[in-house]
Design a binder for this molecule. Structure first.
Ligand code: FAD
Length: 813
């Protein structure tokens, strides 16, 4: 064994597939001074007992790109390293037992087309021909993915480790990390059972141990282990290595060939979290006890689908722990709590399929200092510290395992770990019939049940039970006045003599405005990609109030904090200090006027003004701004005064047609105005010019802001990519996201967010369209446009201005 080096550029903790992949890719990028530490042996954690399925179609285009990269890498690693991986591409079949599941598979097929994954919708008979042992009499249809693969997890991990070693990495087994050394909020080194290593960066690839390792750096790494099962049978006649991988999600199971027999595992609806009292120190190449009672639900379904499995003796029963996260997505990136501390963990049973790509993306992040692509879906900055609470994680894990194969309904909400974080108005809204969804732990009213109706979702891909409720809320906002509880907004206060200077450098818009003015702005990265989309209000010469979405609270705070440098400012999270009430609609002025003496006229209180006013018995900050495209105010009310203000508003609004409105209505309202949503329509790969947000950029302001040079360069050339607004011609179909966009029969883009526009009476989608010669106005206004929904193309109208109130007359009324 090599001696422990005293210094390394980067130390990777954990030699499972994730750690080996990170080390491999760091060395590929030319970093030689890489040390990979493993407490026992390579692959001894979750990796050695994985089933080895390597599916390619993932939730987003970039995650799919990474999964495809992984399959390609596993295919060629043997030639590069001399270590076989066992990778093959037998393809995979996904079955549907219900019409709704078939619809979901067809939507997936459409999505696969825009992600560049080969896919075919096949009949039950065709599925039976490819997998002769299955019964198909209850199958509605299937998907065939010819390029999906399987691999040997141990060999694949060894190949990555060998590749890393061949390019200079040091891999030390039987060396456990026992502590992290920090200096000034950044990594300075690690302590191990064999001594200390000074280093600039640490990568936590600790699998089910990653949460505890994160705690050593004060970093939130919310994941929990769960028991996870499969069996392997003795050989079964008719089973050959060429059999595709089979997934029957309605029966919770997957199946593949293994030495002439079948390997069958699955994702049962109620899982068994594990490791609550800590993970035993000697846990290596270990399994948990068999639990046939728990496995029964999978066994029954397997026998139903493949009758031959019933008589086949079981050779191995595998019960191994795997880590699951609260939202079912893995955790990647530099933690906001500790500079130089990176994470690649929490793989939710797709670590083999995702390990290569995650390792590549993280290595690029470490070497480049920022992600090389939009990785928001898995970015560790989407979590909040409270989520590492063991009780919260335990309860959520019971549910999350089964979510992998459950229907992926639009607007699906978790049933567990609810009620953790709520607005002070929560109970009042519940009494009004609110049905809550959850974002970053916040319970938020998504819609309000009408009298006699239960405030509970009935999911479907069609119009769900709340469609009409939300439509009425939408209409009330357009025609009268709506009340939104927007307390989950993240609120930050930046204060100090350099506050204006810092924000001028960070914001693409000009924030050197008079006190009392709200500025809508983006914060850009060097490539001019949009990192934050928020409002900045100057509340004093040296103080700004920054408001952003609940989902991006950690991310945006981190972005601002890491760019403060040595500026004389203090950044404080003041989210809990105030509730936010959105009073929106043409009668909002009349409503507020009943509770305040403040002059709310256009002259005295114009659009984008912000003032402290007396409202009812409270002093509130009123900001004239809107995300729904109407006259309206956001009221920031000290938390302890919010119930009183709410009660006063509700009482005063009764005869004005005031209606409570939820986040679904907000979404349908904002999409008619084509207001963009970060994380969907905006992200780190989209520039404001491409996104149609040039109006919020001040290239001519005196301070050179981050991303300005890249924007200036982009301005010189025709835009090859542009956000376009689509309205379906047929009023029936619904848009969600990732529907392919066709122009004159050519695939030119995909929808990034969609919702039903109740005022225009049709589904509306925003999406980027690309063309090598530039996406000109003429290009958008001509051509035959279609959106593909569940494999069927629907005619659509394309435009660059919003379908509703394009001149924003109502906002400024
Ligand atoms: C039954 C089952 C079936 C599965 N099937 C599939 C599948 O078909 N396809 C798929 O893609 N995925 C599958 N998975 C998931 C896959 O196994 C995991 O996602 C993946 O192996 C996780 O890899 P990792 O590197 O993150 O974690 P691990 O492999 O657990 O590696 C973490 C490593 O960190 C080490 N470590 C921890 N603490 C320290 C410390 N303090 N110092 C040094 N080292 C430390 C551990 O010893 C361990 O080796 C399956 C999982 C299970 C349980």
């Amino acid at each position: 064994m090599s001696p422990l080096p005293s210094h390394a550029r980067v130390v990777v903790i954990g030699a499972g597939i994730a750690g080996c992949s990170v080390a491999y890719h760091l060395t590929k990028l030319g970093w030689r001074d890489v040390v990979l530490l493993e407490r026992r042996d390579i692959s001894c954690g979750a990796t050695w007992h994985a089933a080895g399925l390597v599916g390619q179609l993932r939730a987003t285009a970039n995650l799919t790109l990474l999964a495809k990269y992984g399959a390609d890498l596993y295919e060629r690693l043997e030639a590069e390293t001399g270590q076989a991986t066992g990778f093959r591409r037998p393809g995979s079949i996904g079955l549907a037992r219900t019409a709704e599941r078939m619809h979901e598979l067809k939507r997936l097929a459409s999505r696969a087309r825009c992600f560049g994954v080969d896919v075919e919708v096949i009949t039950p008979a065709e599925a039976g021909r490819r997998w002769p042992l299955i019964r198909t009499d209850d199958v509605v249809g299937a998907l065939w993915l010819p390029r999906d693969g399987r691999t040997n997890p141990i060999d694949t991990t060894l190949a990555l480790a060998r590749g890393a070693r061949q390019r200079g990495a040091t891999i030390l087994e039987n060396t456990a990390v026992t502590g992290l050394r920090l200096r000034g909020g950044a990594i300075a080194g690690v302590s191990t059972t064999a001594g200390d290593i000074a280093c600039e960066a640490v990568v936590n690839c600790g699998g089910i141990w990653a949460r505890e390792l994160g705690a050593l750096a004060g970093a939130a790494v919310p994941l929990h282990a769960s028991e996870h099962f499969y069996i392997v049978t003795e050989p079964i006649p008719g089973v050959s290595p060429d059999l595709p991988v089979l997934r029957d999600p309605d029966g919770f199971i997957y199946v593949r060939e293994e030495v002439g027999g079948l390997l069958m595992g699955g994702f049962e609806p109620m899982a068994k979290p594990w490791g609550m009292t800590g993970i035993p120190a000697d846990f290596a190449f270990s399994l948990l006890p068999e639990d046939w009672d728990h496995f029964q639900v999978l066994m029954e379904q397997a026998i139903h689908r493949i009758p031959a499995i019933e008589a086949a003796p079981v050779r191995r029963h595998v019960n191994g722990p795997e880590s699951f996260t609260p939202d079912g997505r893995y955790l990647l990136g530099e933690t906001p709590e500790c500079r130089g501390f990176y994470v690649a963990a929490g793989f939710n049973s797709i670590g083999i399929a995702s390990g290569a790509g995650a390792g590549k993306a993280l290595a690029e992040w470490i070497v480049g200092g920022e992600p090389s692509m939009d990785l928001w879906d898995v970015d560790i900055r989407r979590v909040a510290p409270f989520q590492t609470n063991p009780r919260y994680l335990y309860d959520r894990t019971v549910e999350m395992v089964g979510k992998a194969y459950a229907m992926h309904w639009p607007f699906d909400q978790p049933a567990t770990s609810r009620g953790v974080r709520a607005s002070v108005l929560h109970d009042r809204l519940a009494a009004r019939g609110a049905c809550f969804g959850v974002v970053m732990g916040w319970e938020r009213a998504n819609w309000y049940a009408t009298p006699g109706m239960a405030p509970a979702y009935r999911y479907s891909y069609g119009r769900q039970n709340w469609f009409e409720c939300s439509a009425e809320e939408h209409r009330a906002v357009r025609e009268a006045v709506g009340l939104f509880d927007q307390s989950s907004f993240a609120k930050l206060r930046l204060e100090g003599p350099d506050a204006a200077g810092v924000l001028q450098r960070l914001c693409a818009n000009d924030v050197a405005v008079p006190v009392g003015r709200v500025v809508y702005t983006q914060m850009l990265n060097q490539r001019a990609g949009i990192e934050c989309d928020l409002t900045v209000t100057r509340i004093a010469d040296d103080t700004y109030f920054i408001v952003t979405g609940a989902a991006v609270a950690t991310h945006d705070t981190d972005w601002i904090r890491r760019h403060l440098g040595d500026a004389r400012v203090v950044l404080t999270d003041v989210t809990s200090g105030s509730a936010v009430l959105g009073v929106m609609g043409p009668r909002s002025r009349a409503l507020l006027a009943r509770l305040t003496d403040a002059d709310l006229s256009n002259g005295a209180f114009p659009f984008l003004a912000s003032r402290e006013i007396w409202l009812g018995a409270a002093r509130v900050r009123a900001c004239r701004i809107t995300y729904v495209g109407e006259l309206g105010w956001e009221l920031y009310v000290p938390t302890e005064l919010a119930s009183g203000v709410y009660d006063a508003l509700v009482a005063a609004g009764a005869d004005l047609g005031l209606r409570h409105a939820g986040y679904h209505a907000m979404d349908s309202l904002r999409i008619e105005k084509a207001y963009r949503s970060w994380g969907h329509d905006l992200g780190s790969e989209d520039t404001p010019l491409e996104a149609g947000l040039g109006f919020a950029v001040r290239l001519d302001k005196r301070v050179p802001f981050l991303g300005r040079d890249a924007l200036m360069a982009q301005r010189e050339k025709p835009l090859r990519r542009r956000l376009v607004i689509f309205t379906l011609e047929d009023p029936a179909p619904l848009l969600y996201h990732d529907e392919p966009i066709w122009r004159d029969g050519v695939l030119v883009g995909r929808i990034t967010s969609g919702a039903y526009g109740h005022t225009v009476g049709r589904a509306i989608g925003l999406g980027y369209v690309a063309h090598p010669d530039g996406v000109t106005d003429g290009f958008v206004e001509s051509g035959r446009w279609e959106l593909e929904i569940a494999c069927e193309r629907q005619r659509a109208r394309a435009q660059l201005s919003p379908p509703y109130d394009p001149k924003s007359l109502r906002v400024r009324s």
